[in-house]
Write a protein that binds this ligand. Structure first.
Ligand code: SAH
Ligand code: SF4
Length: 426
């Protein structure tokens, strides 16, 4: 989501005739698109801002601009300006289109973080950077208020784009040669809830799958509490919709899930995973898991390991809980000691790596259609791309097969990747 937001910021800069530079010493404008989901993300960005102090001193006309989630936290703008007075402009998540006005008129306002809930600017220019994939926002904001999460506070309430506007964008991207469209939302399954008509995420998927041309549709992220049978059916019955579902579980303990305000139980999650696997046997399910949330006991953690064993995810993003000011979790007192968190994350990653390796080995000798999306610079003439079910595969080719659909036979599987041989090129 942040990458796509950066593409929009780049779109505005391109419209104003700015060109990208590899070396920031040559920049006239530096825009930091920040994230505050975990404390480490914030620390990183603070380090970057600090590191350009000297450059700004030697180039007073250089504009330093900050935007993204971090800027939208209450009081953060003033805190940043106090620490880094050389920052020129701070732009909130609701106001990125104002970057253009600022660069044209150079007004004196330093902080612009006003919330504009309900309003969607569909007409921002975009400089896309991820051919053959194109990111498409379908819903902004989040209404879920998971107790650990800052997103609802910095991204506002849910706002769905109209189905027609999404359809037009996808149609034009496919005509422009994009072969993979990834629909984005904090919870794509809430899509349409605020439109007050019959529009649902399942309807959107079915409509987009009717668009002519050879392309794939992906989407992320799905909240398990809202994953309907209609969505499962839409994925199962449309060849263009990839059989990959990112379904963050967060914890395998019902008590922790309750404390997190996730609104599903461990049993409901496992049941959902089994239902999806039954209807879509080739599906790849990935997840996000957090360890060390307030009050997580050893038994709660063992329940998470047990759920991971049962669900056999193809891969998982594993995080250590990081407390965020402004969330309900921030004021909880039953904190898990840092040492314990470290021990748990290590154990969890080891288990998931073992499962990923075992699942990867099962793919050997099978042939998949893959969309080539990049080059693996570590090896000569080596490309990479994903299967329909989301597995990353490396393969060699002497001819240029970038952005092409290829048939690849899997010959080797490790924890991180699969290796294959090209059988056919589109
Ligand atoms: N909207 C998505 C996730 C957005 S954040 C969803 O609901 O699934 C991406 C992931 O970051 C989350 O799934 C969660 O695992 C992790 N995360 C969010 N807040 C966190 C925090 N305070 N500490 C550690 N990880 C966090
Ligand atoms: Fe955060 Fe929960 Fe919303 Fe995801 S659903 S963005 S984890 S509050």
């Amino acid at each position: 989501m942040n990458i796509h937001e950066s593409e929009k910021l780049a779109g505005i800069l391109t419209k104003l005739n700015y060109k990208p530079t590899e070396d920031f010493n040559f920049a006239d404008v530096i825009v930091f698109n920040t994230c505050c989901i975990r404390e480490t993300a914030e620390q990183k960005i603070m380090g970057h801002i600090g590191s350009i102090k000297k450059l700004k001193k030697s180039k007073p006309n250089l504009k330093i601009i900050l935007c993204g989630c971090m800027t939208q936290q209450e009081g953060k703008g003033n805190e940043i300006l106090k620490k880094y007075p050389y920052v020129d402009y701070i732009l909130g998540t609701h106001n990125i289109s104002d970057l253009e006005n600022y660069l044209i008129s150079q007004q004196n306002t330093k902080i612009n973080v006003e919330q504009t809930d309900g309003y969607i600017n569909d007409n921002l220019p975009v400089t896309r950077t991820s051919m053959p994939n194109a990111w498409v926002n379908i819903i902004y904001g989040c209404n879920n208020f998971c107790t650990y999460c800052i997103v609802p506070y910095v991204r506002g309430r849910e706002r769905s784009r109209s189905l027609n506007s999404i359809k037009e964008e996808v149609q034009s991207l496919v005509s422009a040669g994009y072969k993979e469209i990834t629909l984005l939302g904090q919870n794509v399954n809430s899509y349409g809830n605020d439109l007050n008509d019959e529009t649902t995420f399942a309807k959107l998927l079915n409509e987009l799958a009717k668009i002519d041309g050879k392309f794939r549709l992906r989407f992320m992220t799905s909240h398990p509490k809202d994953f309907t049978d209609e969505v499962i059916e839409a994925i199962a019955s449309n060849a263009k919709i990839c059989k990959h579902i990112h379904l963050p579980v967060q914890s395998g303990s019902t008590a922790v899930l309750r404390a997190m305000n996730r609104k599903y139980t461990r049993e409901a999650y496992i049941k959902l995973v089994n239902k999806i696997k039954e209807r879509i046997p080739s599906v790849g399910i990935t997840t996000d898991i957090m360890v060390g949330f307030n009050g997580e006991t050893e038994q709660d953690f063992l329940d998470t390991l047990d759920l991971v064993e049962k669900c056999r995810f193809s891969s998982a993003f594993c995080f250590v809980y990081s407390k965020r000011k402004g969330t309900i979790g921030y004021n909880m007192t039953n904190i898990v000691p840092q040492e314990e968190k470290k021990k748990r994350i290590k154990q969890l990653i080891e288990l998931q790596n073992k499962i990923t390796r075992q699942e990867n080995i099962k793919y050997i000798s099978n042939t998949f259609e893959i969309l080539t999306e990049g080059k693996n610079d570590k090896y000569q003439n080596t490309y990479c791309g994903r299967t329909d079910c989301g597995r990353l595969v490396n393969f060699k080719s002497d001819c240029d097969i970038m952005n092409k659909f290829v048939k690849v036979k899997i010959v080797k599987g490790t924890t991180a990747t699969l290796w294959g041989e090209v059988i056919e090129v589109e």
